[in-house]
Ligand binder design. Sequence first.
Ligand code: ARG
Length: 250
Amino acid sequence: MKKILAVLLVVGLLVAGCTAKKTVQTLTVGTSADFPPFEFVDEQGKITGFDVELMNAVAEKMGYEVKWENADFAGLIASLQTGKYDAVISGMTITDERKKEVDFSDPYFRSDQSVAVQAGNTSITKQEDLVDKQVGVQLGTTGELLAREIVTKGKVYTYDNPDQAFLDLNTGRIDAVINDLPVTGYFLVQNPDLALKIAFVINTDEYYGIAVQKGNTELLNKINKAIKELRDEGKYAEIYKKWFSVEPTW
Ligand code: ARG
C-alpha cells in the first residue's frame, strides 16, 4: 500500500510539473542592445529600454515570459529565420527588403535619420556635403543603406554598434555618422563630454516593427492585438514618456 501511494505521489508530481511548464510559455526575443533608449545593457547588466519594456508588456498580455537574447544587429534577421528567436525587437525599420525575409507587426514607433558631426564642424550642413566624406554607420541598418546612396565619392565605414562610430567621429577618424535620430539625440545628451552635434536631419519617415518568422501569423496577430490594447489603455504612452520624457506624438 505504501509503495503504491509513493508511486502515485511521484506520478502526481510529474504530471503537475509538466502542466506547470506548459502554462508559463517563454518567448525568445532577439535584440541588439546597443541602441539606447530603445535597447541597451544597464549598469546591472540587464537589458532594458523602450523596446524592452514594450515587448515585455506585449508578452505579458499574451501570457508569455520573455527570454532576451543579445546579438549584433546585422545578424538578427538570419537568427530569427533559423528559429533561434521567436521574435525580434530592435528599433528595426519595416522595409520592403526585410519584408521578403520576415513578417512585421504593426508599426510602433516613427523615426528619421540624423547626421552627427564634430561640434565645431561648419562644412557639413546638407546631404550633398557628405558625397565625398568618410561616413560611419551601424552595419546592416537603414542608415548604412542611406549612406551608400549618398556617399558616392567618399567612403562608408561600418561599425558593429553606433557607439563605436561616435567614438571614431570624436577622434576625427571619420567626418560624420548617419544613425536613427532618437538614438543619436539620446547619445549626445548622455555624452556631453564628447564635442559632437547633429548637423541636420534626413527625413526618411521610417517605422519600427516587431519581426517574426515569415508566416507565423498566429504570433503576429497576438502581438498586434497586444500593441493595440497597450495603446488603448495608455500603457504605451506611459512607457513612451518614461524613455522620451514627452507624450507620444505618433
Ligand atoms: N532603424 C534602423 C534599422 O532598422 C537601425 C536599427 C538599429 N537597431 C539596433 N538595435 N542597433 O536599420
